[in-house]
Design a protein around this ligand. Structure first.
Ligand code: UDP
Ligand code: MG
Length: 313
């Protein structure tokens, strides 16, 4: 059995060696498995690539793909999946927030218990700012209401998958990738392992609140068309309300007379309806924008440097 671990790295110079040591400790315990450690350098601006090259020189199991610029973690995951040569493939962060010590248990679940993939979920969000946790929870609640695909709260991208699962992921060639959704969408038998949240060993998180917010919108747009129906529903509702209002005014005029007054209220109504229209156009716009990006068919990542030989790919 060959097991590839994909490690997306973006400015991880502080954490990388610690990660490698920890992973090495675990690979020693799993002596019946051949490892391939595939680092994806996502356009880091620090010494990440240098460290990766150093590791690759000392350890022939270390492979790397280095991007021409920062393409984002989703692109890094895709690059990893498409370059992995293992029968089993794991994805893990470079900051040790995904404990490599879980690997033996995950490995057993696939080889002995017959699962296709093993996913991990953190049961708490210890050490995370409270507002961030609050919005994360809201996101998962909304997402699961409006999408058919299940997105599990607290799920990490840390996963071990077998070949059929990986091939299914690779068959989805979409440009706007939202892995948490894609994992659920492909189906298969997945085992969930829970663990306590671990804080990153070194360096800083690469996700600002704003980046996460935009990522959440990407997720909704990629996996649900509900917001579009919402626009239509609001439109219908406004029509019904306006018909009732017109009837009310006409009847009042006929029966009591002198009811046509009050331009301030009219101004409010115009602004209100204008706002709703713009909002709905915004929803349409975001789907159009995503479609535009898909249609262009640009590559998901551009590889600048790698030590993987062509026939291995
Ligand atoms: N990452 C990446 N490209 C990016 C941002 C992050 O490859 O543009 C990697 C990063 O190096 C790390 C993983 O994705 O290995 C998770 O990032 P981070 O720990 O910053 O996120 P958090 O755990 O705080 O959500
Ligand atoms: Mg992290």
């Amino acid at each position: 059995m060959k097991l590839t671990t994909i490690v997306p790295c973006y400015n991880e110079q502080e954490a990388l060696e610690l990660f490698y040591e920890e992973l090495n400790r675990v690979t020693k315990q799993m002596s019946d498995v051949t490892f391939e450690i595939l680092f994806i350098n996502d356009g880091s601006k620090d010494d990440t690539l240098k460290i990766i090259k150093k590791l690759a020189k000392a350890d022939e199991r270390v492979k790397y793909v280095s991007f021409s610029r920062n393409f984002g973690k989703e692109a890094a995951i895709y690059a990893g999946l498409s370059n992995a040569s293992g029968d089993l493939v794991a994805i893990m962060d470079a900051d040790l927030q995904d404990p490599p010590s879980l690997l033996p248990e995950m490995y057993r679940a696939i080889t002995e218990e017959g699962y296709d993939s093993v996913a991990t979920r953190r049961v708490n969000r210890k050490g995370e700012p409270p507002i961030r946790s609050f919005f994360a929870r809201m996101f998962y609640r909304i997402m699961n209401k409006i999408c058919k695909t299940e997105v599990v709260d607290g799920a990490r991208d840390f996963r071990l998958m077998n070949r059929p699962f990986v091939n299914a992921l690779l068959d989805m060639k979409e440009y706007n990738r939202f892995s948490k959704g894609l994992f659920g969408w492909v189906g298969f038998e997945t085992k969930w392992i829970e663990f306590e949240n671990v804080e990153r060993v070194a360096g800083e998180t690469k996700w600002s609140f704003w980046k996460l917010f935009l990522y959440a919108i990407d997720g909704v747009v990629a996996f649900s068309t509900m917001p579009l129906s919402f626009a239509a529903l609001v439109g219908i509702l406004m029509c019904v309300i306006s018909v009732i209002a017109i009837l009310f005014i006409v009847i009042r005029q006929v029966c009591f007379g002198g009811s046509a007054f009050g331009w301030p209220s009219m101004a409010c109504i115009i602004i209100f309806i204008g706002g709703i229209q713009l909002f709905c156009m915004g929803i349409l716009g975001s789907y159009l924008a995503k479609t535009y990006l898909e249609v262009k068919g640009r590559p998901i990542y551009i590889c600048k440097e790698t030590n993987i030989e062509k026939e291995e790919k």
